[in-house]
Every structure is written in structure tokens, then in C-alpha cells.
Design a protein around this ligand. Structure first.
Ligand code: ZN
Length: 329
């Protein structure tokens, strides 16, 4: 599916052998725990514990054998994640940032497809490996993807780190919301579905805070700092939802007890109330299209009234949904 193009004089970098993903992700543990604590204080909820474990550690007694775990445990008032889950989100975040910025520049330059080079291939590979981690142990870190570090060396690495912590904040807030709202670990299918929406909504409300888009700003004008913050949080929530879509697809989770990803996107973005020319919507839609529909016509019309970032995101989420829908449904 990926077209191979050769770059003479640029040797392809080999992947980097690793022992396991615990060692790869551990350098960020202090920042992850600090973020979790601060998010908890902001939400003003009773304190729950964050447990970070090895794959397999939490699998006792249930059939969920995914290596990438993010879950709430009501009986213990714990939110649990695995190092592999964190690594998977890291790779997806890197991919979104790289694909989003490459697409952004391509659009601005009037290109209707993305030139395939090593930088783009690293991003596509990162998102594919992110998904594989659900079931597979990773022994090689993909070349061209930055290692997590609390002190990044480049601007892009720092952006990946900050976006990663923010999208992780959304996912952990979603799990914390299950505890806060008193959801049970198992329930009827209808209630489980409703619980997912309720946890998404609560997480979005916590992260959004009082921030609002400026209704008086004309399209294309520079947003206020408040609106830029709102956009930043919507982008983080969007990355989290893209990761959830990857995970549920690869894990073979049917839509029986998990609502459709397109509906989840819609409901979360409604809470953020983004403007039609939202930068977050543009980055998210570009990313999804660059990932799943690189050869498609993703340069949506030129009529600014119709070709809003919001409309582009609706279209992209539909692509995401139709590509990732469990087979047979
Ligand atoms: Zn949930």
C-alpha cells in the first residue's frame, strides 16, 4: 500500500534494538505522574491511584489480553496503564504531529498529495506500529521516531512530548471519569455504551475548563490566546480518540459495547465548541486523510463557505470510521 521511493545518497537508517518498552517509556514517568496529579487537582475529585505496569500484569481473570491497557478499576479506585500502552500513544502522537504538519504545508503550497519521503514514511510506520503494539512485543524502535525524554533536543520532539502528555491526560481523565461517575466494571451493553459517552464527556469538560471560542472573530482572523488553548485541548482529545480507534480496531473490539468512533468524535468536539476554521479540526482531518487516504482527493473544494475545517474533519472521521469499522458490521 505504501509507495516506495528511493532517495539516492540517503541511506535508510536501521531500527534501534530495544530490550522492552518499559525502559523506553520510563524516562517520562515523573512527568506523567505530575500531569496525572495536576489534572486530578484541577478536576477537584477524590484522589485515585495511577498504576503503571507491565503487559500481562493486569490480565489475570479476564480475557482481555491486549498489551496496551488503559482501564479504570472501580473496586480498587485505580486507573491502570501499561508501558506498552504509553509507548503506543507516543508513536501515534508523533505520527499525528508529523502527518498533520506535512499535510498543512502541502495544502498551503497547493499540493493535492503528499510527497513520500523518509520523514513521511517514519510517520506512517509509527502509526502502524502503534496499532501492532496491542498484541505484539516490540524489540526494535522505528528509525526516525524520537525516543521519549523529559528534556527534548528539538522543537518537534518537545511538541511530541507535550501533545503526548495532553492526549494521555484525556485518556486518563476518561478512565478517572468512570470512577468519578460510579460506573461498574461490567454492565449491560446499553449501559456500557452510555458510560463511554459519559466518560468522554466528563473528560472533555474537565480539560476544556471555562475556555471558549470567540464567536465574534471573523474566519481566518487570529484567535485569542483562550481560543488557542481551547484548540490545543481539542487537538489532544482528538489524538486520544484516534488512538482509541486504532486500539479498538486492532483489538477486534466489536461495536457492541463500545460506541462508534465517529459518534464519540462528534460528541467530544461538540463540548469543545470549536469554530468552523478550527486549526485543531484541520490538523486532525489532515492527519486522518494522510494516514488512510493519501491518494484520495483530500483537497476539499475551494469554496470557503463549504470547505471549512469542521466539514473536512467530519469527512475525515467518516473515513476513519469506515476504514476501521469491525469487519462484518
Ligand atoms: Zn471507557
Amino acid at each position: 500500500m505504501i509507495k516506495v521511493s528511493f532517495h539516492f545518497g540517503r541511506p535508510v537508517k536501521p531500527n534501534i534494538p530495544i530490550k522492552n518498552l518499559t525502559i523506553v517509556m520510563k524516562p517520562l514517568e515523573a512527568q506523567i505522574r505530575k500531569m496525572f496529579l495536576e489534572s486530578q487537582l484541577k478536576a477537584d475529585v477524590s484522589v485515585v491511584e495511577l498504576v503503571i505496569g507491565e503487559p500481562g500484569q493486569f490480565a489475570s481473570g479476564n480475557l482481555n489480553v491486549a498489551r496496551t491497557v488503559f482501564e479504570a478499576v472501580p473496586s480498587l479506585q485505580q486507573v491502570r496503564v501499561t508501558w506498552d500502552g504509553l509507548a503506543s500513544l507516543w508513536l501515534a502522537t508523533f505520527a499525528v504531529l508529523r502527518l498533520g504538519s506535512r499535510s498543512f504545508h502541502a495544502r498551503r503550497n497547493g499540493q493535492s498529495s503528499l510527497p513520500e519521503d523518509d520523514d513521511l514514511k517514519a510517520a506512517i510506520k509509527a502509526i502502524e506500529i502503534s496499532q501492532l503494539l496491542t498484541k505484539t512485543e516490540l524489540r526494535e524502535w522505528p528509525a526516525g521516531v524520537p525516543f521519549p525524554t523529559p528534556t527534548p533536543a528539538t522543537d518537534e520532539e518537545d511538541q511530541v512530548r507535550r501533545l503526548f502528555l495532553g492526549s494521555l491526560d484525556f485518556i486518563l481523565s476518561h478512565e478517572r471519569a468512570h470512577l468519578f461517575l460510579g460506573h461498574q466494571a461490567t454492565d449491560t451493553v446499553d449501559i456500557m455504551k452510555a458510560n463511554e459517552f459519559a466518560a468522554d464527556k466528563q473528560a472533555a469538560v474537565w480539560l476544556k475548563g471555562m475556555r471558549q471560542a470567540d464567536p465574534n472573530r471573523s474566519a481566518g482572523a487570529t484567535p485569542t490566546s483562550e481560543e488557542l488553548e481551547l484548540e490545543g485541548w481539542a487537538l489532544r482529545a482528538g489524538i486520544a480518540l484516534i488512538w482509541i480507534a486504532l486500539f479498538e480496531h486492532h483489538n477486534g473490539q466489536s461495536s457492541s459495547d463500545h460506541p462508534e468512533i465517529s459518534t464519540r468524535f462528534d460528541k467530544v468536539l461538540q463540548i469543545f465548541g470549536l469554530s468552523d476554521d478550527s486549526g485543531a479540526s484541520e490538523i486532525l482531518s489532515d492527519t486522518i486523510k494522510a494516514w488512510l487516504d493519501r491518494l484520495g482527493d483530500w483537497d476539499l473544494g475551494k469554496d470557503p463557505a463549504k470547505a471549512t475545517a469542521r466539514a473536512a474533519l467530519d469527512e475525515a472521521v467518516w473515513i476513519l470510521h469506515s476504514r476501521l469499522a469491525p469487519t462484518g458490521s
